[in-house]
Design a protein around this ligand. Structure first.
Ligand code: G6P
Ligand code: MG
Length: 217
């Protein structure tokens, strides 16, 4: 039985995944690296420094830690510029309604984002009060595909992992949810997210009637 739904943020609740891509692409271009949409899929759900490492590895570049931190900070300042211009109307259609319907069925709602900017984003979107528990990139040691973030979210919600359903747009996120022993709805394409229990193209399309069909326990 599903007792909690745990949402990723970037690419699930709002299109900040696109802002991450624009900022990484700009940084990669400065380094003489072409970052494609396909390359970008590997960055989703992955921490800032790990994402930079993946980009540098595209060209076999290795840099000292201080330089990597400087570059990661630069990317973040561009990302934050996009974020600070956001407003609540950027929340994906149907997401708030979905959260409200889930709450009506006594389902707890969690947020699990690897982003250290997650609290700023949900504040600007005016949805911070929608969540019973929030875990962001400042609270974890390992980012997705490690299950740590989801295990922590479940424990904060007081719900056992097997009763949690995760909404994820990242391959690393789907892997993390499954490794945590949770069910997972992939948001995006079945090619990328085929390991998820179901894949839908948009979060707002989730049919609440299927909720308990996803549950085996
Ligand atoms: C999310 C995004 C990633 C991003 C990570 C860290 O998981 O999907 O693309 O790299 O958060 O975000 P941050 O805002 O801390 O750089
Ligand atoms: Mg995401």
């Amino acid at each position: 039985m599903i007792k909690a739904c745990i949402f990723d943020l970037d690419g699930v609740i709002v299109d900040t995944a696109h802002y991450h891509f624009l900022a990484w692409k700009r940084l990669a271009n400065e380094l003489g690296i072409d970052l494609t949409i396909e390359d970008n899929e590997r960055l989703k759900g992955v921490s800032r420094l790990d994402s930079l490492e993946i980009i540098l590895n595209l060209r076999g570049i290795s840099l000292p830690t201080e330089e990597k931190e400087r570059l990661a900070n630069k990317k973040n300042s561009w990302f934050v510029d996009y974020v600070l211009r956001m407003s609540p109307d950027e929340i994906f259609p149907g997401v708030k309604q979905l959260i409200h319907e889930l709450k009506k069925q006594n389902i707890k709602i969690g947020l699990a984002s690897s982003s250290k900017n997650a609290k700023t984003v949900i504040h600007l979107l005016q949805i911070e009060n929608e969540f019973d528990a929030i875990v962001d990139g400042t609270m974890i040691r390992y980012s997705k595909p490690d299950p740590e973030i989801f295990i922590l979210a479940a424990s904060k919600l007081g719900v056992e992992p097997q009763h949690c359903l995760v909404f994820e747009d990242a391959e690393a996120g789907v892997e993390a949810a499954l490794a945590a022993g949770m069910k997972c709805v992939g948001i995006g394409s079945a090619n990328q997210l085929g390991k998820a229990d179901i894949v839908i193209s948009k979060t707002g399309e989730f049919n609440i009637a299927t909720l308990q069909q996803l549950s085996t326990v």
